[in-house]
Write a protein of this length. Structure first.
Lengths: 246, 246
């Protein structure tokens, strides 16, 4: 093996190692076929081809991921809301898998850092975040099958974001709910910005919420207000049983 | 146990036995929870309620089945057509899960015979066939989970009906293809109507296709021409390898 080849192999495997570790953190399990995930972040502007000469990009995986998200969310709503009729279930699912919501999911995981493209990523529109989130779900299905894909959606979409009361418009602000609860329970609380990131071309705020000087929840969003609301929602769910039983 | 109760229990279990057997033939496996399947054929006009007072009808299961069909077909197309881009895959899936196609699937299995309703079933529109087919798929998911549901869709939708060449408009008539092949191979063939059923309010033709005096395929449809085409398509797939290798 030539010297140059050795360097190349080493740097490629270092790069793979980095990607593997980062992806593993997001997935919560070890990926088997790393190529599926690489594909999920490959933009068509690279004009990459596979060994059969077929173009590689995340767009086909996006189609697959969209289908998996729809069916997992459908089954979740079906079980969770036994009184909801077909129209209700359809409406709730549309809200959950809305473009805006998927963009938020992708942005929160900062998936854009993995995208390989000829076009600088800041030139992409807002939908890139949701599109690569869908592609990532498609890659998980390909790599691991339906049950693991379902678990991932459960952990990354349903648990942190799917809040039926909120979707039905019954809860307007989790921040208000939380402040009310803290005052009633005589707890101290404060929100702190721990991240204010303008490097990638758009501003991203990280906010943490502490109650009685203990960090209860963290969240990132494109405004301080949004991040506070999201952190409050997370804290609310962590405390939900406590709140409900008092 | 009173005499009346005994009669009731017996007739209910006879009825269950009949339903169980018929459903098992369609499913290709033994159902576990028969109630899921009963629900798939319960029309809301009956105003049935479950033990929690929630209305029972097939409509919620239809939502669930639709989602499962979409994701199984998406994965099938993804794997089967590696060169198809996102737009192509979306278009092909729409064709497969079109209302018209789902109605055909439900009609072919004659699912309407199981429907319990206050309204006579012949008063329903054409879409009842597709709707209860979707509900049946939803019931399978509930009763058996995703992998069995996937197998059923593979067997009842993909194998007999999903023909990418036809969907792409590359094949216009399987009857012509088949006749051409028979003439080339010097085989005798004939189509015979074995069923002409006008009892349920709409006419349904059953046609069998024999090649060299052996029945090769059967099909039912709303016209003789359609049933012949469908039987030809089935025969074509049965013979496909033979045709392709000659």
């Amino acid at each position: 093996m030539s010297f140059l080849k050795k360097i190349f192999v080493k740097s490629r495997s270092q790069e793979d190692g980095f990607f593997f570790n980062e992806i593993e953190i997001i997935l919560g399990f070890k990926p088997i076929n790393l190529d599926c995930y690489r594909k999920a972040f490959t933009h068509r502007s690279l004009n990459k081809l596979d060994k059969n000469g077929k173009p590689i990009s995340y767009e086909r995986l996006e189609f697959l991921g969209d289908a998996m998200l729809s069916s997992v969310i459908a089954a979740h709503l079906f079980n969770k809301v036994p009184s909801g009729d077909e129209g209700y279930l359809t409406k709730m699912r549309s809200k959950i898998v809305s473009r805006e919501h998927l963009n938020e999911l992708g942005r929160d995981l900062n998936l854009i850092r993995f995208v390989e493209s000829k076009v600088p990523t800041q030139h992409f529109g807002e939908n890139i975040h949701g599109n690569i989130f869908e592609a990532l779900v498609g890659a998980i299905y390909l790599d691991q099958g339906y049950p693991q894909c379902e678990k991932f959606i459960q952990k990354r979409v349903i648990e942190p974001y799917v809040d039926i009361a909120r979707l039905e418009g019954k809860v307007i602000s989790y921040k208000s709910l939380l402040i009310e609860w803290c005052q009633k329970e005589k707890r101290t609380f404060h929100y702190d910005v721990f991240e204010d990131n303008a490097i990638t071309g758009e501003r991203l705020f990280g906010v943490k919420l502490s109650i009685d000087e203990k960090v209860i929840a963290k969240a990132r969003a494109t405004s301080k207000k949004k991040a506070e609301e999201k952190a409050s929602q997370r804290a609310y769910f962590a405390f939900q049983e406590k709140i409900n039983t008092k």
